[in-house]
Write a protein that binds this ligand. Structure first.
Ligand SMILES: Cc1ncc(COP(=O)(O)O)c(C=O)c1O
Length: 469
């Protein structure tokens, strides 16, 4: 197979050569039917926004250009099969669970899982058993092989382990050791690699999950050059039931192939095949320059800090530990935005900058002007140092979903079963998941964190939480 080919893109270009009568969907007719405000900007795009015409392909049963493009992606990522996702990595996470688990099955889940997993648990009726995330001075790292081993010892019936690596902050788990524990337990390893599609192309980045997992999903729009929300699911072993996988893909995917998005995946794959090493090398060089510039103002999370703890760091993720410098991250994020510097994550004690293939460090970034005007005070160092233990799960996500909810004051929540998740920012990991019981430890912890000014999803302005009625 020739990685220099781009079957979807080539066909769409060829399509433009002939004048055609547009008597099919989409109704914009290749541009003329777009609202007039959109025509200038999106007119050209609309010419590529085609449908399942003869010579093009069907996303639910690909046999032509989509099948060829997916086969090329599988070859590049050393997968048995790869699938283009029109609904982001969110769709891929849902597919992995639907394809591998039955109602009532147990699955081990690293607590930093993306919210798309939760929907999959509700749909399937699978029972999650959460594994704690290691933290370093309040910063979430990832799960450890020890936590995985303990998880399987406690729940030997677990069918799979679901983990996220690298994390949003670029912190990779010890996949070889974790994979060994998963294999010993006879379970499947499902990896959310939404933030790691670029890893395999650069030896100085953490190792990718391909050689270790059964299934993994990657957001190509997050770290490669694809359009939002282009993502890809890779199947790496024979342990996956192909029929279930195809069915799950159809369940979550649109029946209308979004051709511009699919073409962006196709061409991104070709670009990475031909120039992936160069592109990721440049990303890393730019990230290192950015790190050097920022280190003059704030401490940064460094690879050598996480390595001794058994993790690795993707250095294209630049985490600024502003809390340590006595800087309020929320104020700093706003100030940087005033100077036209937009960041990925803005939290009270951390800021995250993502360096992708579209960023070039030019040395003129106005960090000095921004950081010089930001006040420093120890009052701003208000991050959570230690997370409380994971509460007992009384109802499954599916059981909770179909229950009515009511709001109660946080101080009265002890003994109630949570209806909605409660997530503090930072660290952005749920403290309470739906179906878990509020303990006195959790309530006291949440009250103290609120007093310190930590922001929460799941606690309203009146200090109420949603519980099962
Ligand atoms: C770890 C993780 N997994 C999955 C997703 C979902 O990705 P997408 O936006 O491609 O649906 C995200 C989105 O931020 C994420 O951070």
């Amino acid at each position: 197979m020739e990685q220099s080919k781009a079957p979807i893109w080539d066909k769409l270009l060829q399509w433009q050569q002939k004048k055609r009568l547009w008597l099919h969907v989409p109704a914009h007719g290749g541009g003329a039917g777009l609202p007039s405000e959109l025509q200038n900007l999106f007119g050209m795009y609309a010419r590529f926004d085609l449908t399942e015409l003869p010579g093009l392909d069907n996303l639910h049963a690909p046999q032509g250009i989509i099948a060829q493009a997916q086969a090329l992606a599988a070859q590049l990522f050393a997968a048995k099969a790869s699938f283009f996702l029109a609904g982001g990595a969110s769709a891929g996470v849902r597919v992995m669970i639907r394809a591998c688990c039955n109602p009532g099955d147990t699955i081990l889940v690293a607590r930093n899982a993306h919210k798309s997993l939760y929907e999959a648990l509700v749909f399937t009726g699978v029972v999650p058993r959460y594994l704690p995330i290691e933290t370093m001075e309040g910063l979430p790292l990832n799960i450890t092989p020890e936590a995985v081993k303990e998880g399987f010892a406690r729940y030997p019936e677990a069918k799979a382990l679901f983990l996220t690596s690298p994390s949003y902050y670029g912190i990779a788990a010890n996949l070889p050791a974790i994979a060994e524990a998963v294999r010993k337990a006879g379970a499947l390893l499902l990896v959310d690699e939404a933030h790691g599609a670029h890893l395999a192309f650069c030896r100085q980045l953490p190792e990718a999950a391909g050689p270790y997992c059964d299934l993994r999903v990657q957001s190509w729009h997050k770290t490669l050059g694809a359009l939002t929300p282009g993502a890809v699911l890779h199947c790496h072993t024979e342990h996956i039931d192909k029929n279930r996988l195809f069915l799950a893909l159809q369940d979550v995917q649109t029946t209308s192939p979004p051709y511009p998005l699919l073409a962006s995946l196709d061409v991104t794959r070709r670009t990475m095949a031909l120039k992936g090493e160069e592109i990721t090398g440049k990303m890393l060089t730019n990230a290192k320059k950015l790190r050097e510039a920022l280190a003059a103002y704030v401490p940064l999370l460094q690879r050598q800090q996480v390595k001794p703890l058994g993790f690795d760091l993707d250095e294209t993720r630049v985490t600024m530990l502003v809390g340590k410098a006595g800087i309020c991250g929320l104020k700093a994020g706003r100030k940087l935005a005033e100077f036209g510097i937009d960041l990925e994550i803005i939290q009270a004690d951390t800021l995250l900058a993502i360096v992708g293939p579209g960023y070039n460090f030019n040395g003129k970034e106005n960090f000095a002007a921004a950081f010089k005007t930001i006040p420093r005070s120890t009052r701003f160092c208000r991050h959570i140092q230690r997370l409380p233990s994971i509460p007992e799960m009384v109802l499954t996500p599916r059981e909770v979903y179909f229950q009515p909810a009511k709001a109660v004051k946080l101080q009265e929540a002890q003994g109630h079963i949570a209806w909605a998740m409660i997530v503090p920012y930072p660290p952005g990991i749920p403290l309470v998941m739906p179906g878990e019981k509020f303990t006195s430890e959790i309530v006291a912890f949440l009250q103290e964190a609120r007093r310190l000014g930590v922001e929460f999803m799941g606690i309203d302005d009146a200090g109420q939480v949603l519980v099962c009625k």
